[in-house]
Design a protein around this ligand. Sequence first.
Ligand code: T1G
Length: 694
Amino acid sequence: MSATQYQVHGNVAVITLDNPPVNGLGYDLRCGIVAGVDQANADPAVQAIVLIGSARAFSGGADIREFGSPRSIQEPNLLTVIRVVEASVKPTIAAIGGVCMGGGLELTLGCHFRIALPDASIALPEIKLGLLPGAGGTQRMPRIIGVEASLNMILKGDPIPAAQFKDSPLFDEYVEGDLLSGALAFAAKVVAEKRPLRRIRDMKVDYPNHEAFLQFSRNMVKGVAGPFPAPLKCVDAIAAAITKPFDEGMKIEREFFMGLMGTPESRALRHAFQGERAASKIPDVPDDTPTRKIARVGVIGAGTMGGGISMNFLNAGVPVTILEMKQEALDKGIGTIRKNYENSLKKGKLTQEKLDTRMGLLTGTMSYDDLKDCDLIIEAVFEDMGVKEQVFKKLDEIAKPGAILASNTSTLDVNKIASFTKRPQDVVGMHFFSPANVMKLLEVVRGAATAKDVMATVMQIAKKIRKTAVVSGVCDGFIGNRMIEHYGRVAGFLLEEGATPAQVDRALEKWGMAMGPFRMGDLAGNDIGWAIRKRRYVEKPHIKYAKFADRLCEQGRFGQKTGKGWYLYKAGERKAIPDPEVEQMLVDYRKELGITPRKISDAEIVERCIYALVNEGARILEEGIAARASDIDMVYLTGYGFPLFRGGPMLYADQMGLYNVARSMKGFAAASGDDFWAPAPLLAKLAAEGKSFS
Ligand code: T1G
């Protein structure tokens, strides 16, 4: 199936890239471009060739859906396509509108001329996928826009409006109005003026004293690249453009590109990129499901969560009515929202005008009746089923028909909450993560009765408020908290066996976690976990817990909010200071249990804690609570400080090999007698079949 259209307008052949949604340069499109250029060159009536895309995109670059598959490198690969375009005996003109990124931009650099709409979006974003431009971008860009501008563009990867290149020869002309007409007119000029074909590869890179610049760039990049190898390779590729003949530089770029494609870091970034898009798909809810209009949002509760949730909508220009029961609480809540915006203003992240606009969209009230026009009402009240019952019964009375009623509950049963209303089909969970106006993750909890258009609407509004929405089924803790409970449980046993809180945290933070389990407990409040364990001891007595955490809580050591928890905290400071008192408590506790402490390696700490996430994640997957493994990874990458360069717990398990993961788990089961460690059936099956989650 050709992914191009070929038409001749007068003496100009127009090849239209036609591979929706963004003209990803997949195999069919690559074949179509080569065939079109060959056809144009063979047609004596044709004097010039125009390549053009759609209004949305000239091209979004290499087709990410082909990544890792043989088709992505099947000839004609992108290098070949660009060589064909560049070798054309008739002038090739790229007419650029919409998105022009990555391989798409590299394709235009192979053309003899480029024209663009001023607002076309130009980028080399490969760095965000752990790569570098692999189709000549590192060798041609320095030749046309210069070394420094190229290196900045490649290292940042951000889109730049075409108009910003007006001082460079990148674009021969800017088109106002219809791009195709502009392209045909430009082509006519090129033909009439018999302009020589300009091949960027023949240009020279002129950069005196490049060694000093490259050394400075390497030092700067080393300081910010962290675990990612691509940035340094970008500098080395630019170095090749300066110091090597073009074809040699191309070989060096290709070697770097293929090397980076194979790195776990790039695989993780590509996994996260595709995972974010996959998460927005709900298997049984078609993309074209009609959605409900959300013109006004109601938020119940003006506490930390209610305030943060409100800010998400205010930031997106959606009016919010926030409800509290007492004037003082309402004033405090609105005051906190204003203070947050004023802090952003002070940091230069917000203008006064935007602050005023956002606060102007916020209405406070103490009457449920003021929510009756809201299209979406989100409750963020105390995490108690009795309180939720009162709220949802009241909402059922006053909310307009078709209003979506959402609960921000972090663990309670959304089906039970829906049963408090006569409209369970309109009830859904929207679990925001604190601070709600900062954390990208939104768990969208689908009740048994939740309507499909409600799901489609919530996923759509989530994108509008710039959240990464992941659909979860109803279970205790949904996806993230259900997994993190076992991660914390395993960490507790490590303390019993001989580790200290600081050692566990340090091992996991060195591995890449933003914060270890004990620092995280002190931040969130150890009393939250304590309340859940008390429930577990009654409801699920078969789940084993180390008892030391309870000891800590019985002494009121809830963490930062009480000045001490697992660690000590100086007044007003958040720095976690290891507490000899806790370590002595642990020594006494182990003696009491008759446990001889042993030295536990960082590797064992990491393996047990991370595999606890993996095993529970596998159960969540096999129960259908999560639709796909990458959804679970997105939850951890955007809500739990899991390191992006490892791609999420499920991808990490794939990279370690499920066979090895299952073997380790069987070892933990034998050593601990804890049947949690029996590999989840899905994991055991995949391991036995030599398969992976992804
Ligand atoms: N290939 C195929 N499909 C793509 C795609 C691509 N490059 N980019 C996006 N899509 C799909 C996406 O999956 C979604 O599909 C739809 O387009 C809308 O995406 C050799 C090797 C282009 C700015 O990194 O930055 O070239 O879910 O929701 O907000 O040097 O997508 O609708 O079915 O994001 O309007 C370099 C990545 C590749 C660009 C559009 N290119 N994409 O944003 O829509 S590496 C990129 C984006 C490369 C060469 C190297 C954005 C966008 P569906 P969307 P959007």
